[in-house]
Design a binder for this molecule. Sequence first.
Ligand SMILES: [Mg+2]
Length: 307
Amino acid sequence: MNVAAFPVTPPVATVLVVDDDRLNRVALAELLQPDCRVLMARDGASGLEILSREAVSLVLLDVSMPGMDGYDVLRAIRAAEDTSNLPVIFITGMSDAADEERGLLLGAADFVHKPIRPAIVRARVMAHLRLARQRNELEALASLDGLTGIANRRSFDEAMERAIRQTMRTGDVLGIALFDVDHFKQYNDHYGHGAGDEALRDVAARLHGFARRGGDLAARYGGEEFVLLLPGCANLEEVMDTFRQNISDARIPHERSATSNWLTVSGGGVVLPAMSPAQSREALALADQLLYRAKAAGRNRVLVERA
Ligand SMILES: [Mg+2]
């Protein structure tokens, strides 16, 4: 697996402490601060507000609070898409097993009891942070293409569905660009599969550089085909042609290409209009047709249409 090309540096974990008892909050913060960034909230509503804008790795949640209690907060955490898998450790003063059972059924990861025993709390928090990190790493690996280290087809499909839903809300256009390496079979036959793989990694890394903004995604679509998803991109043709030029400027020798002395790509792009209820499959089929036409028209070119 060549995933080292785009390493994800694990940031210092952020832990959110939600407890109406100030002394408890301060004690937990002091306990965890050597290893984590600690945020604090005095009630459920402000805890949820922090979760909506901060990347939190774990929540320590008091069960008994005025207003929203811990169960209500946990339910809201599980209901929100961004936090549905977030590990939550309940802090409880009650030694009643029924409360623990209720919390576990709602999806609490663990319990700590008041009065707090620092070594136990620390050990549990660290263990759950480690588990969450491992889970995230596995998820990241499963969403990357093994050869090139950029996103794979599966994560592209998910990103595409998300992007379409988002454009329905925001009214932004959505740019979808398919690229295919020209005469790649001849490249492999002539230079060998090792060189072919190297060329694909090079193309992927360059495409990755074109996914600059938050919702952008560069992915390997399959074989020597790549895709670029650009929400809000109105000048798709310009972007695609810049990438096409970038590849040909890289001057990767391709003696068996009928198009050029160098490796080139062709592209088909579609701009989905704002608020379009378009199906992703139809949009991709249109991009694929345009790619095919770009190939038929002589390759090393891009064709773009509005859907
Ligand atoms: Mg309390």
